[in-house]
Design a protein around this ligand. Structure first.
Ligand code: SF4
Ligand code: SF4
Length: 447
């Protein structure tokens, strides 16, 4: 069975919510929409205090080409445009809406009927990308890169295939798995739309073989969609990394930055993004909700919730039995690449794939010991880096050395730290090095 060639680890899967069907979360009393829900320029509010909005009303326009607009996920009245605490732990500009009823913009088609590509022959590549851009679709796997940018390949590059990332290799997370089981055809039409947008006739869906039901269902449904192939993959973390997925599915290796997937002819989109694209293009529905896994060993009811953007995490937690008494750490995302949250008083955003509660026992970190030069971190690194060295260079602020040793290629997967028998905080140090070196590179380019 296929997988990527370099490095990788096998953390315990803990997919506690895999058999929990998606259920709709209750509407919040107040929804808070951060202007920083995507990579790139923040969105710019176009509403003011007192404005009435419906579900789907534009709240903020894109702040540039690499940016995305933000739409209201609720109906009601704008109560303020002010700063709010977000998942990064910073107070940043946001639009607050006090919820009244649940009135949707009439242009949104809320019927469950499947709209096929053949039903909309007038849609050409330009029209598809425009609709995706206007709907505020971003990478739903957590990367939050504005989708229309990826679907507009730079001059000189040519897409040859689209790969749907349905790997969900992060332990605990099951939102993508449930989406495939409950909305397979919408995902397939979404993939067709992406293929048409970038002008290719070949599409792949990469799924790890710990989801045999999703592989079987998607394979069966894909028989009716020309050029689409489901590729079962051997379970290995971090197969959901773009470069690792491309290697696993089509055996092509993306060179070091500035090369990107399109450099080897691939366009990669998350399975949740394909679903959102279907809804945006075929149902006129902007990105106003998403599926989020709320889980943890001590969580009473690990769940996959369809929740409106802007809903406070606290409310989602309450819907799954409340915050457990033995909570040690709250994580936005999965345990390997997710970020610790300071509080549950933070609104859900476009990139919120998971809310993971780790108990005291799980979060207890062993005391770091000296490096024993076992090279396990080197064997585990999927990018072929030398994590022990990068960590040391960061610790000694040797930024020139860190750049020479390619710290910017680190995908922050945490495989090195996971595998280190001396419990060294490798990822923390390497992240510091990567951020600093990227800043140095940017200021050099600006001169
Ligand atoms: S976090 Fe970076 S250095 Fe560590 S294994 Fe992943 S890619 Fe390699
Ligand atoms: S895995 Fe840990 S102990 Fe082994 S070489 Fe890497 S940093 Fe050192």
């Amino acid at each position: 069975m296929k997988t990527f060639k370099i490095g990788g680890v096998h953390p315990a899967e803990n997919k506690l919510s895999a058999s929990s069907p998606i259920r709709e979360a209750a509407l919040p009393k107040q929804a808070v929409f951060s202007m920083f829900q995507h990579i790139g320029a923040p969105a710019k509010p176009v509403v003011k205090k007192g404005d009435e909005v419906k579900v789907g009303t534009l709240l903020a326009e894109a702040g540039g080409f690499v940016s995305a607009p933000i739409h209201s996920s609720v109906s009601g009245k704008v109560s303020k445009v002010d700063v709010a605490l977000d998942a990064s732990g910073t107070r940043r500009m946001a639009v607050y809406v006090d919820v009244e009823g649940d009135e949707w913009e009439e242009s949104i088609d809320r019927s469950p009927a499947l709209v096929k590509l053949s039903d909309r022959p007038e849609l050409d590549s330009k029209a598809i990308v425009e609709k995706i851009k206007n709907a505020g679709i971003v990478g739903m796997g957590g990367a939050t890169f504005p989708c229309h940018v990826k679907l507009s390949p730079p001059p000189g590059s040519k897409a040859e295939c689209v790969i749907i990332n349905a790997v969900e290799c992060e332990p605990y997370l099951t939102a993508d798995h449930r989406l495939m089981l409950e909305h397979p055809e919408e995902i397939l039409v979404g993939l067709q739309l992406i293929m048409k947008a970038v002008g290719v006739s070949k599409g792949y869906i990469g799924i790890e073989n710990n989801k045999p039901d999703a592989i079987a269902l998607m394979t069966e449904k894909a028989k009716n969609y020309a050029g689409i192939e489901v590729v079962p993959l051997k379970v290995k973390y971090p197969q959901g990394g773009e470069k690792q997925l491309i290697d696993a599915v089509i055996s092509r290796q993306v060179p070091a930055p500035p090369a990107i997937p399109i450099s080897v002819g691939a366009v990669v989109q998350n399975v949740g993004t394909a679903f959102a694209i279907y809804q945006a293009v075929m149902k006129n529905k902007p990105l106003i909700d998403r599926i989020i896994t709320v889980t943890g060993k001590s969580v009473k009811q690990p769940s996959n919730l369809l929740a409106r953007l802007g809903t406070p995490f606290q409310q989602l937690m309450d819907e799954c039995g409340g915050l457990p008494e033995d909570t040690g750490k709250i994580i936005g995302g999965g345990p390997m690449m997710g970020k610790a949250l300071l509080s549950l008083d933070v609104p859900m955003t476009k990139g919120s794939s998971g809310l993971l509660i780790m108990n005291d026992k799980e979060t207890r970190r062993a005391e770091p010991q000296p490096c024993i030069r076992c090279a396990k971190c080197v064997s585990a690194c999927p990018m072929g880096l030398e994590p022990y060295l990068l960590s040391k260079l960061s610790a000694t602020a040797d930024w020139e050395g860190a750049e020479k040793n390619d710290v910017v290629s680190c995908i922050e997967c945490g495989s090195c730290q996971f595998t280190c028998p001396s419990h060294r905080p490798l990822l923390d140090m390497i992240r510091l090095g990567k951020t600093t070196v990227m800043g140095i590179i940017r200021s050099r380019a600006a001169k």
